[in-house]
Design a protein around this ligand. Structure first.
Ligand SMILES: NC(=O)c1ccc[n+]([C@@H]2O[C@H](COP(=O)([O-])OP(=O)(O)OC[C@H]3O[C@@H](n4cnc5c(N)ncnc54)[C@H](O)[C@@H]3O)[C@@H](O)[C@H]2O)c1
Length: 254
């Protein structure tokens, strides 16, 4: 029996089969979960990728900047499952002007888009799913260590710092619903989101050498395993926390 046997999990953020969310959905199914996906933008592409999962799941449209999508999410997910035991937030976006070393010149409109999609949406998604989580459960988000100012990550780094704080406030407010809220801080992975960061190769070159355990830039499975573990019943008393899946880089000086 898998560690997610009988659990109903909503996974956001599948775009390609390199997406961290794709790996989470695959492992969750292998561990016994029923998975529902949300997709953004190119839904036909997400549906095509979903067919590569062990059991092709339904795909529901969700743009986290669209209020109507959020307000109707519970009803639309409820057409496929009678409740949710887990939700995965694997969503991030920042306009090009907010990345790549342009920190001092980025306009507020672009910063606000980054914060809306990458930070505020963690709260929006949690609240939208709450009506389906009557028996409690787990919410897991994807983070990039925000305790440092990194090269080129710029306003996405600020958005992730906000995400880490949001994680703690959600944990505070959702504990009474028996919902645990945790982040997985992954090392750099070659996904669409990462490739859109100008200068991302700076991370790619440095990370594997710095990591005590080494680091494979194209292996999303370690991060996905941590997500699945946090969705399971094996972290029953952990909330507001961040699990680092980065080969150990966060723990050592450079
Ligand atoms: N790739 C990395 O190096 C890395 C490292 C640590 C954390 N993360 C985080 O992991 C998460 C998943 O990213 P990924 O690396 O798998 O890349 P990805 O490009 O595969 O996934 C990003 C997802 O965000 C979705 N998205 C963007 N705007 C949206 C919107 N308005 N509404 C709904 N969805 C929207 C995209 O459709 C896509 O599915 C992100 O939060 C990212 O910041 C990535």
């Amino acid at each position: 029996m898998g560690i997610l046997q009988g659990k109903r999990i909503l996974v956001t953020g599948v775009l390609t089969n390199a997406s961290i969310a794709f790996s989470v959905a695959k492992l969750a199914q292998e561990e016994g979960a029923t998975v529902v996906l949300t997709g953004y933008g190119r839904l036909s592409l997400v549906e095509r990728i979903a067919k590569r999962l062990p059991a092709p799941p339904p795909v529901i449209e969700l743009d986290v900047q669209n209020t109507e999508h959020l307000e109707t999410l519970a009803d639309r997910v409820g057409e496929h499952v009678d409740g949710l035991d887990g939700v995965v937030h694997a969503i991030g976006f920042a306009p090009q002007t907010a990345l790549g070393g342009n920190f001092l010149n980025t306009a507020w409109e672009d910063v606000s888009t980054a914060l809306h999609v990458s930070t505020y949406s963690y709260k929006s998604l949690a609240v939208a799913c709450l009506p389906l989580m009557k028996e409690g459960g787990a919410i897991v988000g994807l983070d990039f260590d925000a305790t440092k100012a990194w090269p080129v990550y710029d306003w996405m780094g600020v958005a992730k710092a906000g995400l880490e704080s949001c994680n703690r406030y959600l944990a505070r407010d959702l504990g009474r619903h028996n919902i645990r809220v945790n982040l997985v801080a992954a090392g750099p992975l070659r996904t669409m989101a990462a490739k859109s960061i100008p200068g991302f190769q700076e991370f790619e070159e440095a990370w594997p050498g710095k990591a005590p355990l080494g680091w494979d830039l194209s292996d999303t499975e370690p991060a996905a395993k941590a997500c699945v573990a946090l969705l399971s019943d094996w972290f029953p008393a952990t909330t507001g926390d961040i699990v680092h899946v980065d080969g150990g880089v966060h723990a050592v000086g450079s």
